[in-house]
Design a protein. Structure first.
Ligand code: ADP
Ligand code: MG
Length: 454
């Protein structure tokens, strides 16, 4: 069986990790190794693409680096591959690999994630319709249903499917312009654009794409001006036979704070729902992820796998989190290769006890719920990043901790990335003020409280 793109990437990621840990000079790694990619595996030869002439000659000629690479490849694959570094000029297709980077000034941080593909998406009765519709879209972009609207609760694979659609279309039709963006990035880009330091028009730019994939469209609610631009672009693209795929945490008819004309456009195509996976699908997902980590499912007590599937079936992201914790625990802490059910239970006991009902609410619960709602990581919320969605999530955390737990300002600031007393105070006041007029914020806070009670 040929090695898929994602497998190749995984191998090379692991090789780079090994090299990074052992290379004394960090700059050499950053400048020369970190940008290399596997181009092809042919027989026992791995061709690795470098991004410059200098990297090409250094990596092929320096024996220390060559030995390190050989060791790393052997460590990861347990095979004596011969590694050859090549430069972009050596191959035709590499031109595309490196020229694939966006040249426009919009959405610089949005790109397709090659790790999310149809190949590693497990299909079951809960998501079959969504997968079938997605595959149909890729066969005839713009010609089946427009838009395709995928909705579900958090963590059930919407983002994964959206990237899979984009990756597959790109693979089959390399010249198609596929744009994946989050609604949050769209709003930020719109605000930047309106403030006006860009020459190109955002609207004109969006009208040039062949496939527009927008994630979490529910966040467009109450963003009247951005929604107006979106409405215009939407109509243009659909009437020109371009494909639009949207995801949301609810059905179009349940989206509050969006104009009816937009909701009716969303209903024009096909809406498909993803439901909680059944236990068998969860087991298949665990199997796929265990194998993707190069491990054998037979080394895991089957009852333990069923235990994980039963306890984390409401959200695949949590199921993955539980598995990662188990793998970390068994490999790094216990150094085990055969894993029994007790070890499995023990490794996830921290996560499952947090979810037990009746426990007193903590600041950590609030932060987790806000992150779940906005699809952010806890690191993002406590980082210095200030994009509007992250900053808002952080302010909501502060507001909820103050109003629900009465947490003092100073420890609260520390908990959320070392912010000082006055920043926390003004954030809480800001949310209180916004709640008086902002319907979508009121809805968001209600939804987060529901998450805390579920
Ligand atoms: P959503 O966008 O609905 O919140 P994601 O697409 O981010 O969910 O999925 C959360 C995680 O679960 C991702 O890492 C994704 O790869 C994984 N996942 C979800 N569903 C599946 C599935 N059916 N097969 C394999 N992985 C899945
Ligand atoms: Mg998502």
């Amino acid at each position: 069986m040929p090695i898929s793109l994602s497998q190749k990437e995984k191998i090379w990621d692991d090789v780079l990790k090994y090299i990074k840990e052992r290379l004394e000079d960090r700059h050499v790694f950053d400048q020369f190794f970190s940008t290399t990619k596997i181009h092809k595996i042919e027989g026992n030869k791995i061709l690795v693409l470098t991004d410059s002439k200098l990297a090409y000659s250094l990596l092929n000629s320096n024996s220390t680096y060559k030995n390190l690479v050989d060791d790393a490849v052997y460590f990861v694959t347990e095979t004596n591959f011969e590694v050859e570094f090549i430069q972009p000029d050596d191959i035709q297709s590499s031109i595309q690999t490196f020229s694939d980077q966006p040249k426009h000034t919009f959405f610089q941080h949005c790109s397709l994630n090659p790790k999310y593909t149809f190949d590693n998406f497990v299909v079951g009765s809960s998501n079959r319709e969504a997968v079938q519709a997605s595959v149909l879209i890729t066969a005839n972009p713009g010609e089946s249903f427009n838009p395709l609207f995928i909705y579900s609760k958090s963590g059930l694979g919407k983002t994964h499917l959206l990237h899979s659609i984009g990756n597959y279309i790109k693979e089959k039709r390399p010249f198609f312009k596929v744009l994946y963006i989050t609604t949050d990035a769209f709003i930020d880009e719109f605000v930047k654009y309106v403030r006006g330091n860009q020459d190109e028009s955002l609207k004109d730019f969006l009208k040039t794409v062949d496939v527009l994939l927008i994630d979490d469209i529910q966040f467009l609610s109450e963003k009247t001006k951005t929604a107006e631009l979106f409405f215009n672009v939407f109509n243009f693209l659909v009437s020109n036979g371009k494909q639009i795929v949207l995801t949301s945490d609810r059905h179009p008819n349940d989206l509050k704070g969006l104009e009816d004309r937009l909701v009716s456009r969303f209903n024009m195509g096909l809406s498909v729902n993803i439901q909680n996976p059944d236990i068998d699908t969860c087991i298949s997902i665990l199997k796929t992820k265990i194998e993707a980590n190069g491990l054998n499912i037979n080394n895991f007590d089957y009852d333990g796998i069923v235990y994980l599937a039963e306890n984390f079936s409401k959200n695949v992201r949590e199921l993955e989190g539980a598995l990662n914790r188990l793998l970390f625990y068994t490999i790094n802490v216990k150094h085990m290769s055969k894993i029994d059910i007790n070890t499995i239970k023990e490794s996830v006991s921290g996560i499952s006890s947090k979810k037990k009902k009746g426990n007193t609410l903590t600041e950590q619960d609030i932060i987790s719920a806000v992150c779940e709602y906005y699809h952010l990581t806890e690191e993002q919320v406590s980082s210095k990043v200030r994009t509007s969605q992250i900053a808002l999530a952080r302010q909501i955390c502060m507001y909820l901790c103050r109003t629900m737990l009465n947490t003092p300002f100073i420890p609260l600031g520390k908990l959320l990335g070392g912010r000082d007393h006055s920043t926390v105070m003004s954030s809480v006041e800001k949310v209180e003020l916004m709640l008086k007029t902002d319907l979508s914020l009121n809805n968001a806070i209600d939804d987060i409280k529901k998450l805390l009670n579920s």
